[in-house]
Design a protein around this ligand. Sequence first.
Ligand code: PLP
Length: 482
Amino acid sequence: MPVSEAMIAGLIELKWADGEGLATQLTGQLRSLIASGRLGKGRALPSSRRLASDLGVSRNTVTYAFEQLAAEGYLAASPGRRPVVAIDGGERIEGARAVGSSPGSARPRLSPWASKLQQTDWPMSYQAPLKPLRPGHGDAREFPNEIWGRCLRRSAVGAARRELGQVSRPRLREALAHYLAASRGVRASAEQIMILPSAQAALTLIAAAVITPGDDVWVEDPGYPGAAAAFRASGARVIGVGLDEQGMQRMPDLATPKLLFMTPSHQHPTGRLMSLARRTEFLSLSRPGKTWIVEDDYDGEFHYDSRPVPALQGLDAHGRVFYVGTFSKAMTSDIRLGYLVAPQVLVRTLEIAQRHIGLIASSHIQEALAEFIADGHFLAHLRRVRRLYHARRDHLVAGLERHLGEVLSAEVPSGGIQLVARLKRGRADQAAVKRLVEAGVVTRAISGLALGKPRDHGLLLGFAAWRESEISAAVRTMASCF
Ligand SMILES: Cc1ncc(COP(=O)(O)O)c(C=O)c1O
């Protein structure tokens, strides 16, 4: 029986926990409806907005499906119009082209890796205007650029005397080994420290080295989408694990995964600290050489209320933990430096992989950073901004209580650079984010960081990057929006 436009959403059944992405499921099911003739030639599909709302998925998911089917010739799409079915079921599909598209405009056939990259909104959805209260950053205006500039200059001048071909500069490895042992309780030799252009590069490298397509990877849900994206692209079945007061939950009912990704120091995005009991449980779950834990300590430098809790890596006696860090938050995000503390047994494999992929950070920058740390500038900078960010956190919390106490309740994190404010009425965080952006305040919806059906809602608000006057102005604007 032919299907009317209104019935289309009712015929689609998406499985949120399925290893296959929602966009792929939707594409496949629409393709089957057309190929079977149930959606006949000339039939208009609902708009992407309408179908997204009927199915409870993001509009990008529907747009992806429409674009893919247009490229395959199943749909005719033109800008601003609803897509129309372009073939009759049973027509030869091979070689069919979207009506109106020229031969050169056909979508190229992508590798499985690149196709998987298309299935998530990340990283494009992370591109938001740099305005208060955009989360995820420290304050680049507070970085001591004069001092850093002198370190860079000395590094450049000394370049001719340096040995070539070392992907991780020994001075920086040594400096980091000392810093991480003293400040984060990380137990590693300098040789285990790999310098990379970012934490994201570390995740890509880990995925390339240990994931076999089909492996289960557990990630926090809601969580950091860059991690889910990196592991999914490598072919893993990425499974979202909910949170409780102690952090990522233990999931006794699933087979042991190949890898667990977590942010135990400040869970991203909620800021929660994983309890010692939970850390120990996860360590006992992971089997040496078989189950890996990736600990992403992206903003562990910032703790305000108590002594920082040492890294999970320091509790591990069996080399099961990859410890990932970045200078994006502690310095500035465009410094483009991160690091990976690798389990000893994988150091050589990872260095070969690093050279293969070419994920190599500039030696000039590495040497400059080694000097910046050795001369005490890094710790001095951290001490200064830690005080500043602490005051900014308190300023934001006080402002939210005073002006928005009826509508929002802030979860005050013990550290980090951002906080979650829950909506007291309703769960429409995406609509709230949209309204706020229109008024000039940038926030992020927690439900947008879900892997499948959102379990959690709220607004992610950055405080570290914004001066108290900017925070006050943003809070007043927010109050006028709600
Ligand atoms: C939790 C988390 N991990 C890792 C990163 C990535 O850091 P990098 O800029 O070094 O790739 C981010 C950046 O926002 C993050 O929020």
